[in-house]
Design a protein around this ligand. Structure first.
Ligand code: G1P
Length: 299
């Protein structure tokens, strides 16, 4: 595979029912963490990793995602006339000049594997990334996808991001069985989608960052519905690894599960406390909220 990834697929056609009623009109990928929507964090991470083609797999309810990366003439005009140059800069160039956004429709919600397959005509025959924007990864150094893209380019393996989870949570994740790790990588020998704690081959869970060989598409074409009645990316990868090296990659960084309420709150707190303009006010506000509620002091 030893080619550098240039394309990243963002499956964003999910209904986001966990966040109803907000997601009745706002796609979950547009929910903000402090000052930017979730999708922006994932896009920035893909661009940092070297991607110049961003493929959004979307549906008829997700116009807000396309609008976000489009030009907003009226808004730009108003901001320019009002001399609000900082805000103008924020909305004027949603993507760097060399980066393009492509939108692909997933007409039916048949699962993550099916969503990735919808991107096939744009990805073609080259290695590519899949990024699930729900999984937000906070990092001071290289982003998680850049770490994985570097490792994939060096070794020629496909790479799947993983982290340890408590055993009682295996039913929420793809779970991998690996050889011993060398550094951050361990060759995957088996992979199963959302096993019960008793059936899980380990507690190493898949996090939403993948670098995949394009052979995955043929396998997805012939993958039947699996866990939850959906066509699972995990099931196709479990077949890919039988004749192509696939590694689990323990990334540097902290992952927030923004597909859950508590994960979204946790991410908001962390990013606020790390924000160059807001950190002090956020810390003071959190301390007084804790004091008022009589909860233990922040160390
Ligand atoms: C998806 C994948 C799962 C992975 C998870 C990471 O599940 O199917 O293998 O562990 O993302 O967030 P979902 O959370 O969409 O149900």
């Amino acid at each position: 595979m030893k080619r550098r990834i240039r394309k990243a697929v963002f499956p964003v056609a999910g209904l986001g029912t966990r966040f109803l009623p907000a997601t009745k009109t706002v796609p979950k990928e547009m929910l903000p963490i402090v000052d930017r929507p979730l999708i922006q964090y994932a896009v920035d991470e893909a661009i940092e990793a070297g991607c110049d083609t961003l493929i959004f797999v979307t549906n008829r309810y997700k116009h807000a995602v396309a609008d976000y990366f489009d030009k907003a003439y009226e808004l730009e005009d108003k901001l320019a006339r009002a001399g609000k140059l900082e805000q103008l800069e924020m909305v004027r160039n949603p993507l760097p000049r060399n980066v393009r956004a492509v939108f692909v429709t997933q007409a039916e919600a048949l699962g993550l594997g099916h969503a990735v397959l919808c991107a096939r005509p744009v990805v073609g025959d080259e290695p590519f990334a899949v990024m699930l924007p729900d999984d937000l990864i906070w990092n001071r150094g290289d982003g998680a996808l850049k770490q994985m893209a570097d490792a994939a380019e060096a070794s020629g393996s496909s790479m799947i991001a993983v982290q340890d989870v408590p055993r009682d949570q295996t039913g929420s994740y793809g779970i991998v069985a690996t050889d011993d790790f060398t550094g951050r990588e361990g060759r995957i020998r088996g992979m199963v989608e959302k096993p019960s704690p008793d059936d899980a081959p380990s507690t190493l869970a898949v996090v939403g960052r993948y670098v995949l060989d394009p052979r995955i598409f043929d396998l997805l074409e012939s993958t039947d519905a699996g866990a939850g009645g959906e066509i699972q990316l995990t099931d196709a990868i479990a077949r890919l690894l039988q004749d192509h090296p696939v590694s689990a990659y323990r990334f540097r960084g902290t992952r927030f599960d923004c597909g859950t309420h508590i994960g979204l709150i946790e991410a908001t707190i962390r990013y606020a406390l790390d924000h160059e303009k807001l950190s002090e006010a956020a810390a003071t506000m959190m301390q007084s909220a804790l004091d008022e509620l009589g909860v233990r002091e922040i160390d």
